[in-house]
Design a protein around this ligand. Structure first.
Ligand code: MN
Length: 168
């Protein structure tokens, strides 16, 4: 997806958000893939769930936030890829600008794909471990409709896998 949509939606003279460097697939800064959740008090409060993949942050807006109960499948609306620099962003986007409201870091750390992450992302079926400050253990992101879903389907579900970090 790259950063075109991200940049098109924003006026960087008005928002303190980073414009971001050009996404580069296959960059090898480190073996750890970044994971971040930002609590975003926009017109509707939500939690932005972001996973580093192919040089950008793949992003989903989760209205209710993650749940430790594997029975809670949380709606996760896929949004535009964000630049890697966004993972450190906290601040207030002016009212009237895209996403106007306060952004706070809620959790951050590394994620570990279980299986091929590019294939999983493409097929709408991502399984991974989180090594955050709040969130740990195995998680799933599944696109609505699974492997037969429409290519423009942006509804995914985020949920906890059963393990010692789950709280059913
Ligand atoms: Mn947001």
């Amino acid at each position: 997806m790259g950063l075109r949509e991200y940049r098109r939606k924003r006026n960087f003279k008005a928002t303190p958000e980073p414009a971001g460097k050009t996404a580069r697939a296959g960059r090898s800064r480190s073996t750890d893939l970044a994971f971040v959740i930002q609590k975003h008090a926009a017109s509707r409060l939500h939690y932005d769930f972001r996973l580093e993949l192919e040089g950008t942050l793949k992003s989903w807006a989760v209205p209710k936030g993650p749940s430790l109960d594997p029975a809670d499948k949380r709606l996760a609306m896929q949004v535009e890829d964000h630049p890697l620099e966004y993972g450190g962003f906290e601040g207030t986007i002016p009212v009237g600008e895209y996403g106007g409201g306060t952004v706070m870091l809620w959790d951050k750390g590394a994620w570990e794909p279980l299986g091929d992450p590019k294939k999983g992302y493409r097929e709408g079926h991502l399984k991974f471990n989180l090594y955050g400050e709040k969130l740990h253990g195995a998680w799933m992101l599944v696109r609505r409709g699974g492997r037969n879903s429409e290519p423009d389907e942006r509804r995914w579900f985020l949920f906890k896998e059963r393990d010692e970090f789950a709280r059913p």
